[in-house]
Every structure is written in C-alpha cells, then in structure tokens.
Ligand binder design. Structure first.
Ligand SMILES: N[C@@H](CCC(=O)N[C@@H](CS)C(=O)NCC(=O)O)C(=O)O
Length: 219
C-alpha cells in the first residue's frame, strides 16, 4: 500500500505511537524517515520544511507539512473510515475528545516532564520540582480515576483519540514514576490504561505495557 506520509522522530516516541495507532485504525501506512536527533533536525533541508527543528514532524504524501503531534495525529485520524470513532460523531463528542487531548498535553505532559527529566538524566534532581510534579500528577490522576469510575472510555462510549492521546501522555509516567505502590491508588485508571493499550490497533503501535515496579528516588 502506498505510504500516507513520512514521520520524522527519534525511536520509541509516544507522540509518534499515537499517530501510528490512528493510522492503524484507518488502515494507513506511515513511513519512518531515517533520523538522528540533533543531526537530521538541524539540517537546512529539515529546517526549510520544519523551522522549529522539533519532532515529530510529518510530510504527507500530498505535500502537507505538519508539526505538533496532536495536529499530526488529528490529520491521520481524520483521513480514513475511523474518523468518526476517533474524532467524534457530533459537536459534543468532538469537544469532549478535544478536551481530553488538551488535558493530556497540558496537565499530564507538564507534570510528568518534571518527574521524568531527572530520572532520564536530562536535568538535575530538585526536591521542590519533585514535590510539585507529584502533587500535580496525583491531582490529575485522581480526576481521571473519578471520571473512569463508571465509564469504559475516557471521553465517549467508544475508544477514541482521547484514550489514545491520554495513554501516550502517561506512557513515560507509567514507565518511570507511577510505580506499583502508586498504582494501588488508581485501580480504575490502571484498568483503563491496560484496556486501551491492549486494544486492537493501539497495541500494534504502543507495544506491551511498560510499568515501573519501584520508581527511582534521589539517594
Ligand atoms: N508539543 C510538541 C512537542 C515537540 C517537542 O518538544 N519535541 C522535542 C523532543 S521530545 C524536540 O524535538 N526537541 C528538539 C529541540 O528542542 O531541538 C508535540 O507534541 O509534538
């Protein structure tokens, strides 16, 4: 099958996994470009197309150029038969799905970044940052736990792009921070995460769940 477009990114990037999941729902083939972080994205030919030099970046077969993973994923989700399921069938569904995608990008990504960067060696540990990150993350997880108490999916009555995007935002959270002890506080959320990541089309994009048993602590 002809490629729908080319994605530029380093490997194992959850922001790309969500786009790949949307492509799987729509039966679209994506090509992964040869890419070396901080080399390819600093080349003039890359910057001519994507001036911010950030990834993921996407070049559709029809020449459409996109950055920002949620925009790329929306474009792919909107380009096939699963568009209604993934993006919503009416104004209320579309707005709810967007609400949860915004929540993933703002609330979840920002708190998980505070907790993940030092654990990945990108930043120095800071006690205040760790405290702030844990408070923010727990507040978001409590909100999700309540939302999921009597629901199967986070936004609508079917698996949508909201579920996929929130799973993508939580990916490094579960891999580095939300350990076995912390998971006990969020049984509904954990069950929903497992249900989503093990769903057809999502599991092919995300691979098996990656849960940390005991999170790294500073000394
Ligand atoms: N909001 C953007 C975030 C993109 C982003 O920050 N990408 C980082 C890597 S995770 C990047 O490309 N950084 C390269 C740089 O800053 O030079 C998205 O969702 O795509």
């Amino acid at each position: 099958m002809a490629s729908f477009g080319t994605i530029y990114s380093y490997p194992n990037n959850p922001r790309v996994m969500k786009t790949q999941a949307a492509a799987n729902f729509n039966g679209l083939t994506l090509t992964n470009a040869e890419f070396t972080m901080r080399v390819t994205n600093r080349e003039p030919s890359f910057l001519a197309k994507f001036p911010m030099g950030k990834v993921p970046a996407f070049e559709a077969a029809d020449g459409t150029l996109l950055v920002e993973s949620d925009a790329i994923t929306q474009y792919v989700a909107d380009s096939g038969p699963a568009a209604g399921q993934l993006l919503g069938e009416n104004p209320a569904e579309r707005a709810l799905i967007r609400q949860w995608i915004c929540f993933a990008d703002t609330e979840l990504n920002s708190s998980i970044a505070l907790l993940a960067y030092w654990r990945l060696g990108f930043r120095e540990y800071s006690e205040n940052t760790e405290k702030e990150g844990l408070e923010k993350l727990n507040r978001s997880l409590e909100y999700m736990e309540k939302r999921l108490a009597d629901r199967t999916w986070i936004a609508t009555d079917r698996l949508s792009l909201a579920d996929i995007s929130v799973v993508a935002a939580l990916y490094w959270g579960f891999a580095l921070v939300i350990d076995a002890e912390m998971r006990k506080n969020y049984p509904g959320l954990v069950a929903w995460y497992e249900r989503t990541i093990e769903s057809e089309h999502v599991k092919e994009a995300f691979g098996p769940k990656n849960f940390v048993e005991k999170r790294k602590e500073a000394n």
